[in-house]
Design a protein around this ligand. Structure first.
Ligand code: ATP
Ligand code: MG
Length: 564
């Protein structure tokens, strides 16, 4: 590819709308352009990267025996009503009507459509197992599209769906996809981790996510290598701490805490620590509000909390008006003593005594509060996020926390969709049997952003080889004025192309500094520089994008190095 014909413009300035480095670099290097919130055009150079991701994914899916098909992006409402998700899926679902005022949606995922295919096409257990996949555009009306292609509204997903006769078959299909995903992310050269996960709107019994590790990741991952444990923090479990609750030593005192709004300020004022306080959160419930009580330094885990019977799912925090109604005071002073609604206590409160909590009255807290004496002792539940240092569920190790970007998610669905849509096959006994399903998603477009988050420096992108839009950038110095350079560069360009390399030939009439800067920004792994001086010595200047210095090599040496 000749740079002069590429129509590419790179940007020197960091675009103000981009919060994280991958988004900034994708805009600066001309990989994407924004159309509207969460909608992006993939420019030619970005599309080259996207195709490389697709190629690896397609190869590994084919190798795992999955069959590619292509389903419509637009789906009729009737199918979603059959599964029950027309009402359940909520505002992420982009709904529309055709000219006959029939309801449709733009598919955020394809369980319904594929299950409809399966119930029509699959008749006998002899057709199983089967796994269909597609690489296709999805739409989710995300509440906060951000980070460029990492959380966009329109994006490309590889989604696969397996059908088996029974549970054991489904588990085997799931393990195959686990292995295929592992191969994909290894081949793409990304540092990743597989973690246990929540199944969300998709449903089913078990799921695992594949995360690319990066500081900017939206997800937190709890892991312990010694225990071989890894889970999204959304589902990482905590248990009741060991040991007995110390006996009460203090008397219950009501203290005035005028104008104090935060736990930190409260602790400063009372000379205590967040670990010695209780925080009481009021949330909406199915039969009226519910209180959730945590140790002051802990965070509520919404995924776990919304599973408690009586708590609204998805979790909804009470409005200030509701807090006032329940506690008789504005937000900030809620506490469990004298509260007349269902209260759930986190496990970590099980060994607390002599603590501080809100008094359900403006500018008032209790000091020296105790279970058994001031509040009834209750069963404790798991409603907080784990923190670094917590014991693993196995109990032998301690957890560390890392940040990750979810690039893949695999689910054991069981019969959630096949039951609802009546997808059965004849089993060996001649009876109809509901099929067992799995589903498996990879965020193709998100991978590009995630790869950059993990691989960049202050000058630009550093593509892992398999993702690079070009393998080699060829930079001739003084191309327009030196016949020797022009002949040598054209000959090398032809030879490299002939050998099968993707070459970016920077034939622009621009200063070397400009060309070098663009090559680094775009992140081409190998750079070859041709100049009159080097040619006189029969050499080419070579530099890998990760090298600090360039070095001169004989032409043949350079070619051999690229072949390697
Ligand atoms: P998230 O938790 O990030 O919202 P999800 O769990 O809702 O994602 P899945 O339904 O598991 O997503 O979809 C499969 C894959 O599609 C995800 O692992 C992710 O890589 C990708 N994906 C999901 N939502 C988006 C989005 N808004 N933009 C880009 N990629 C996405
Ligand atoms: Mg997911």
């Amino acid at each position: 590819m000749r740079f002069s014909q590429f129509g590419l413009t790179t940007l020197k300035e960091v675009p103000a709308e981009a919060e994280i480095v991958s988004h900034q670099l994708m805009l600066r290097a001309g990989l994407i352009r924004r159309l509207a919130s969460g909608l992006f055009t993939w420019m030619p150079i970005g599309l080259r990267v996207l195709r490389k991701v697709e190629d690896v994914v397609r190869e590994e899916m084919d190798r795992a025996g999955a069959l590619e098909l292509l389903m419509p992006a637009v789906q009729p409402a009737e199918l979603w009503q059959e599964s029950g998700r027309w009402d359940e899926y909520g505002p992420l679902l982009l709904r529309m009507q055709d000219r006959g005022e029939r309801d449709f949606c733009f598919g955020p995922t394809h369980e319904e459509v594929i299950t409809d295919i399966a119930r029509r096409e699959l008749r006998s257990y002899k057709q199983l197992p089967v796994n269909f996949y597609q690489i296709q555009t999805k739409f989710r009306d995300e509440i906060r599209p951000r980070f460029g292609v990492m959380r966009s509204r329109e994006f490309i997903m590889k989604d696969a769906y397996s059908f088996d006769l029974d549970q054991a078959g489904m588990e085997a299909s799931y393990q195959k996809m686990h292995a295929a995903y592992t191969a994909i992310f290894e081949r793409l050269g990304l540092e990743f981790r597989v973690v246990d996960a929540d199944s969300g709107e998709i449903g089913g019994s078990r799921s695992q996510e594949f995360h690319v590790l990066a500081e900017s990741g939206e997800d937190a991952i709890a892991y312990c290598d010694a225990d071989n444990y890894a889970s999204n923090i959304e589902t990482a479990q905590t248990t009741r701490p060991p040991g007995e609750r110390p006996a009460a030593a203090e008397t219950l005192r009501r203290v005035a805490t005028p104008g104090i709004k935060t736990i930190e300020a409260l602790c400063d004022f009372l000379g205590t620590t967040p670990q010695q306080t209780l925080k009481t959160l009021i949330v909406e419930g199915t039969d009226g509000p519910v209180a959730l009580v945590l140790r002051g330094d802990h965070e509520l885990n919404a995924v776990k909390a919304q599973r408690i019977p009586g708590v609204a799912s998805p979790l909804i925090m009470a409005t200030p008006e509701l807090v006032r109604e329940v506690t008789g005071s504005p937000p900030g002073f809620a506490g469990p003593i004298g509260l007349d609604i269902p209260v759930y206590y986190d496990h970590a409160t099980a060994t607390m005594s002599d603590f501080v909590c809100g008094a359900n009255e403006i500018d008032q807290h209790f000091h020296g509060a105790n279970f058994g004496r001031d509040i009834d002792v209750a069963e404790t539940v798991d409603i907080r996020n784990v923190v670094a240092g917590d014991p693993t569920p196995g109990g032998t190790g301690t957890l560390s926390i890392a940040r990750g970007i979810e690039v893949g998610h695999i689910f054991q669905l069981g019969d959630k969709y096949s039951q609802a849509l009546g997808a059965t096959v004849q089993n060996p006994d001649g009876k109809n049997q509901t099929m067992q399903m799995g589903c498996y998603g990879i965020g193709i477009t998100r991978i590009v952003g995630a790869a950059i988050e993990q691989n960049h420096d202050e000058n630009g992108i550093i593509w892992p080889g398999p993702l690079a839009p070009f393998d080699v950038v060829l930079v001739p110095i003084n191309l327009q004025r030196s016949e020797i350079v022009r002949d040598a560069a054209e000959a090398l360009y032809a030879e490299l192309t002939q050998r099968g390399f993707d070459v970016l030939f920077d034939d622009r009439d621009a200063r070397p500094g400009v060309k070098f800067a663009d090559a680094e920004l775009i992140g081409v792994p190998h750079r070859l520089v041709i100049s009159e001086r080097n040619l006189a010595a029969g050499e080419i200047e070579y530099r890998h994008r990760r090298d600090a210095e360039s070095r001169n090599l004989k032409r043949e040496e350079a070619l051999n190095l690229l072949e390697e």
